[in-house]
Design a protein around this ligand. Structure first.
Ligand SMILES: *[C@@H]1O[C@H](CO)[C@@H](O)[C@H](O)[C@H]1NC(C)=O
Ligand SMILES: *[C@@H]1O[C@H](CO)[C@@H](O)[C@H](O)[C@H]1NC(C)=O
Ligand SMILES: *[C@@H]1O[C@H](CO)[C@@H](O)[C@H](O)[C@H]1NC(C)=O
Ligand SMILES: *[C@@H]1O[C@H](CO)[C@@H](O)[C@H](O)[C@H]1NC(C)=O
Length: 491
């Protein structure tokens, strides 16, 4: 039995050795392949979303701009005495908040509202920092001013007729561009030049861009929709993942898009070998598996498996391995620990909590740790468990810290730097968080297992600011104040 010595504030239960890789369960695979599992998740999301819409909770104008609020004794009380403006926190302060309506996406009565993805860009000449905020009606842009206030700069509308069941945008950065995809049919992928923001005069902001104010617009998708977009900046291409229908010749798998000339994005090929890809990370391979040194590798998060592809030849890419794990319910997203030494990666599963599957059965988000030192035979060496009930969503790793958007539990920062020494995850701890969704804080375990709250964050800024986009309210700007060392957990 594992004996834990857990410090006062470091309440992370490490549950090492339980997780384990295994072959994809072919008896269940057909259900994933058909789209039935994803459809169930979407139905669940829409049910919660409809309820919120009906109750007025998606009317973001009710949430006023907030001021700097220090996290004191685990609480950031942004408006004194207002429980819905009092945020649970740890080592993270609030700097600003702007609602979605102000950023350009008002409630369109019964059509919708909802924030989603977010990404950022730093102008290399001036070090000015900008964010692009995904919303129902389009993408909002803001600058992070040096003292941590947001300046609302402009809005780029979605280039297609809005539809109630295509609420979300996914955004990733490519050089000085934002690459914007959506589940909205006929939307395509917009390529917006962030340098347009450099010359906006504050007094004239926010600017309303037109759909033609983009550098490029990629339309060569089966229905014009994509679940997500992935970027490999080094090899100068984007990937559309989850571009349905699933029976398309590309299988809603990986569709490679050349970005060498962002004004003329063109298809380079696709990979349908493992069907639907929900999310992926594509990188030049730098790691110990000498067979693939310098190759172009995609780590795919494919509903019931971690699927690793060699995509060096975009016209003839192939699968290196396809591996499932104990607790697999809906393999959602992940990130390598160190892109310059690809030995480990972190994987989040979006349905293991709701399905009470494997180590996530009690409803606490589980992050699965993978040893990828052999790309042909990845090993699930362990996992770590969140301190707050909920569902884990998008994450990325910077300098040994994983920033995870855990829906109703807000943005959570884990120190994962111990993983190469201890791949069981026993040395991982939560160093900071800001819970932007107080609505569910009183639930058992501090949160509900539901699809509400934070969707994604972006924390690559030199200034240390982290911008968090939420589904209901708007964008929070927060910052980690202190990086505590993890207390060791002894075996
Ligand atoms: C949204 O909320 C604001 C402020 O609370 C209110 O004035 C407005 O009528 C609401 N709009 C809708 C469409 O419900
Ligand atoms: C933020 O500060 C300004 C200036 O002091 C004040 O007018 C405003 O009411 C404050 N906002 C909140 C939500 O407290
Ligand atoms: C895909 O399936 C749909 C309905 O299930 C069908 O209408 C369509 O023709 C199929 N497309 C292809 C390319 O097979
Ligand atoms: C694609 O690559 C495989 C090896 O991965 C090779 O056997 C096959 O001939 C290639 N096909 C084409 C059309 O180049």
């Amino acid at each position: 039995m594992r004996v834990k010595t857990i410090g006062i504030a470091v309440g992370l239960c490490a549950v090492g050795a339980l997780a384990k890789e295994k072959a994809v369960d072919m008896s269940r695979h057909a259900e994933y392949k058909s789209g039935a599992v994803m459809d169930r998740i979407m139905a669940h999301k829409f049910e919660q979303w409809e309820a919120k819409l009906a109750s007025g909770a998606l009317n973001s104008t009710q949430w006023p701009r907030l001021n700097y609020t220090k996290c004191v004794n685990g609480i950031a009380e942004a408006i004194h005495g207002d429980a819905l403006q009092t945020f649970r926190c740890k080592n993270m302060d609030l700097y600003d908040f702007i609602n979605h309506a102000t950023l350009g996406s008002p409630l369109a009565t019964d059509e919708g509202a909802s924030g989603s993805s977010i990404w950022g860009w730093t102008d290399p000449k001036s070090d000015r920092e900008f964010i692009a905020v995904g919303m129902f009606q389009g993408t909002g842009f803001a600058e992070i001013l040096p003292k941590g206030r947001l300046l609302n700069l402009g809005f780029l509308p979605a280039p297609a007729t809005l539809s109630k069941y295509a609420l979300w945008k996914e955004i990733r950065g490519y050089k000085n561009y934002m690459v914007i995809g959506s589940e909205l049919e006929e939307h395509g992928i917009q390529i917006f030049d962030m340098r347009k923001l450099l010359t906006i005069i504050p007094k004239k902001a926010p600017v309303k861009f037109s759909v033609d104010d983009v550098t490029g617009h990629f339309k060569d998708l089966p229905r014009g929709s994509t679940h997500n977009v992935v970027i490999n900046e080094e090899f100068q291409y984007a990937v559309s993942v989850g571009a349905r229908p699933r029976n398309d010749s590309c299988g809603a798998g990986l569709i490679f898009i050349d970005l060498k000339d962002p004004s003329k994005p063109t298809r380079l090929g696709c990979n349908a070998q493992d069907g639907y890809v929900h999310d992926a990370q594509c990188l030049k391979y730098r790691g110990p598996d000498k067979r693939y040194l310098g190759h172009d590798i995609c780590y795919g998060y494919n509903e019931d498996s971690l699927t690793i592809y060699d995509v060096t030849n975009k016209a003839n890419s192939s699968i290196i391995s396809r591996t499932s794990y104990d607790g697999a319910a809906y393999t959602h997203q992940g990130w390598v620990l160190d892109r310059y030494n690809q030995e480990y990666l972190l994987l989040d599963d979006e349905l293991d909590e709701g399905n009470a599957a494997g180590p996530a059965a009690p409803g606490y988000p589980i992050t699965y740790i993978w040893d990828i030192r052999n790309l042909q035979n990845p090993k699930n060496t362990g996992h770590y468990k969140a301190t707050n009930r909920g569902i884990d969503h998008n994450q990325y790793v910077i300098d040994g810290l994983s920033y995870q958007s855990s829906y109703g539990a807000g943005v959570r920062v884990y120190d994962v730097s111990s993983i190469p020494q201890d791949p069981t995850g026993a040395g991982v701890c939560e160093v900071a968080y800001f819970d932007i969704y107080p609505e569910d804080d009183k639930a058992e375990g501090g949160g509900e297992v539901g699809f509400a709250g934070s969707w994604a964050s972006y924390g690559y800024f030199k200034s240390g600011f982290v911008a968090v986009n939420t589904m209901e309210r708007g964008v929070y700007l927060v910052k980690v104040t202190k990086r505590e060392r993890c207390k060791r957990v002894h075996a």
